[in-house]
Design a protein around this ligand. Structure first.
Ligand code: SAM
Length: 323
């Protein structure tokens, strides 16, 4: 199994399949997507090679992300290919939900196991202000359809922002009262492009944690390998709440994930100084070479990101890599 010099083991790959996004979220792509390269995104064949190699290295879960992954027409085939890979036990996707009502059944038929939908506000006007799209109701209908069909491996990602989520907590709590959904608050992270917005809008997850405790929520003890979210439950609620606090001390000590960009670059951290190209192995279906190369790279993984020092590496915005 892949292991770094700090003893962290990696069983989880986040695979970006495009950097294009159709939303223009304030904190990510406020001016919309601007193409800044002429490179091709990973092909289905390259994705197959990648999945075979990473699964032999001990990766068991792959999350498809972007940009907006549902913008790729061959997404169902990508899900199918990943799901057919021996050793890969779980296929997840992170999406803005734009195509949920139309496409989710197809993704599930092709082997999707779990779904993360990004919803930064349950208030339609705020949602439109943040994303540039008046789509909240349609996305919520897509989630309710999924739940009604029995698909309940659903998480909602909400970026904490002073102006929106931090003031609308009751709406989030109400949403999960009768729905078995895991709602996860993610602290806004600074990236190369969003410094002023970050300074203005960042709220610590501690603020939410205090409110949860005061309203009868209790922390669920997690296994060390479960990843970075702190999870809370409440006897009156079907859903749970997760807190992802990348600025908290020791956040990176439970890191269990690697990332590959849609251009075929390995990123040892979301905020690495650079991605390391895997293209030469992928283009030639050189699985053995790829496995050796990735294993060797692991020794360069740092103990932590340097976000608390204000260093954001090469990451201008998370659409480049997928969050
Ligand atoms: N388009 C998909 C979506 O909307 O979920 C996948 C890509 S998006 C970059 C992945 C996740 O990163 C989303 O939940 C988004 O809210 C989150 N994200 C983007 N920029 C962020 C930032 N600066 N801080 C925290 N989360 C961020």
């Amino acid at each position: 199994m892949l292991q770094d010099t700090y003893g962290r083991k990696f069983s989880y790959l986040r695979l970006s399949i495009t950097d294009v996004c159709n939303f223009s979220c304030d904190y990510c792509l406020p001016d919309g997507y601007q193409r800044c390269h002429n490179e091709k995104f990973l092909s289905l064949e390259e994705i197959k090679t990648l999945a075979n190699s990473f699964s032999r290295l001990g990766i068991e879960k792959i999350r498809i992300t972007g940009g907006e992954p549902s913008l790729r027409k061959d997404l169902p085939q990508i899900i199918h290919t990943l799901k057919q890979t021996p050793g890969i036990k779980q296929i997840a996707i992170t999406t803005n939900g734009y195509k949920l009502t139309e496409q989710l059944p197809v993704w599930i038929d092709n082997g999707l196991d779990s779904l993360n939908v990004s919803i930064d506000s349950f208030e339609p006007r705020s949602f439109k202000m943040i994303t540039g799209h008046d789509k909240l109701q349609e996305i919520l209908t897509g989630i309710d359809n999924a739940l009604a069909s029995g698909f309940d491996k659903i998480k909602i990602n909400t970026v904490l922002m002073k102006q929106h989520s931090a003031n609308q907590l009751q709406q989030y709590f109400d949403y999960i009262k009768q729905r078995p959904v895991s709602l996860r608050f993610i602290e806004l992270m600074q990236t190369g492009d969003n410094q002023a917005f970050y300074q203005e809008q960042h709220v610590s997850g501690q603020h939410i944690k205090m409110q949860l405790f005061s309203q009868g929520w209790s922390e669920v003890i997690q296994e060390r390998t479960a990843g970075p979210a702190q999870v809370f439950s409440h006897p009156d609620y079907q859903g749970t709440i997760g807190l992802i606090m990348p600025y908290a001390k020791d956040f990176c000590s439970t890191c269990n994930r690697l990332r590959v960009s849609s251009l075929g670059k390995l990123h040892l951290c979301l905020f690495s100084e650079q991605g390391i190209s895997l293209k030469k192995y992928l283009a030639n279906d050189d699985q053995q070479g790829l496995e050796q190369f990735v294993t060797n790279q692991l020794s360069d993984k740092h103990a932590t990101h340097y976000l608390t020092e204000g260093l954001t590496g090469a990451t201008k915005h998370l659409s480049m890599l997928g969050g």
